[in-house]
Write a protein that binds this ligand. Structure first.
Ligand SMILES: *[C@@H]1O[C@H](CO)[C@@H](O)[C@H](O)[C@H]1NC(C)=O
Ligand SMILES: *[C@@H]1O[C@H](CO)[C@@H](O)[C@H](O)[C@H]1NC(C)=O
Ligand SMILES: *[C@@H]1O[C@H](CO)[C@@H](O)[C@H](O)[C@H]1NC(C)=O
Ligand SMILES: *[C@@H]1O[C@H](CO)[C@@H](O)[C@H](O)[C@H]1NC(C)=O
Ligand SMILES: *[C@@H]1O[C@H](CO)[C@@H](O)[C@H](O)[C@H]1NC(C)=O
Length: 185
């Protein structure tokens, strides 16, 4: 019985930590389409013209690096009006993650109308760096857009929750084992 109670408590903690990414943080901008997985599938299916490009940010709203990238991604989107930009919370909408090899966040993937897929692999995700990358592959030049200030890496409230529950979990698992040992002896 005790064992079951402890298990349920643990389960609740895990679930709560997963709930935190329900919250929306950034204010949507027009240059970026904010989609779920079915929305993204529709956008990919619509790309029939091989000259079309779509740049997608797979993010997790609880991931501070995803949040830090938001302003840069939106500014890059403004500078390439002929590329479709989309953002998906891939920690909530997971059905495409396997196909596009999304295992870490944030991940930037460029889709070409002819079916080619390019993943941005540079760990440094600067405004200019991403622009160069897009110009390199698409051949398009960016229009002039003010370079955004990179926000400091900030643990938001929900990130705090996430870390709190992660830490709580890490502490609770060995703690539970000890308790069980104690009760069983
Ligand atoms: C995905 O988003 C569309 C609108 O953008 C909405 O109609 C649809 O219900 C959403 N699907 C899921 C599974 O949330
Ligand atoms: C976008 O595409 C249109 C039509 O092909 C073209 O006239 C325009 O110059 C392009 N703009 C940029 C910034 O590439
Ligand atoms: C799409 O076009 C690019 C450039 O022409 C080419 O390198 C690539 O192999 C093509 N991909 C497919 C799947 O045809
Ligand atoms: C990665 O990005 C940085 C900054 O944009 C750039 O200086 C560097 O050359 C890039 N590395 C590669 C391998 O493209
Ligand atoms: C894109 O960059 C790679 C190196 O990162 C380079 O080998 C390639 O030639 C570039 N392509 C174009 C079209 O500039």
């Amino acid at each position: 019985m005790r064992c079951i109670t402890l298990f349920l408590v643990l389960l609740c903690l895990i679930d709560l930590s997963l709930c935190q990414d329900e919250l929306v943080i950034s204010t949507p901008v027009e240059s970026v389409r904010y989609v779920n997985d079915s929305g993204l599938r529709v956008l990919i299916d619509q790309m029939e013209d091989s000259e079309q490009f779509m740049f997608v940010k797979f993010k997790a709203s609880w991931c501070p690096f995803s949040q830090q990238l938001t302003t840069i991604f939106e500014a890059v989107a403004e500078s390439f009006p002929n590329i479709t930009f989309a953002s998906i919370d891939a920690s909530r909408h997971t059905s495409l993650n396997y196909r596009y090899d999304i295992s870490t966040f944030p991940k930037l993937v460029l889709f070409r109308g002819n079916g080619s897929i390019y993943t941005y692999r540079n760990q440094s995700r600067t405004f200019r760096g991403i622009q160069h990358y897009l110009t390199n592959i698409t051949g398009m030049q960016p229009i002039a857009v003010t370079e955004p200030e990179v926000p400091p890496l900030r643990l938001s409230e929900e990130t705090d929750y996430f870390w709190f529950f992660s830490v709580a979990f890490v502490v609770l698992v060995p703690g539970t084992k000890l308790l069980l040992k104690y009760f069983n002896s």
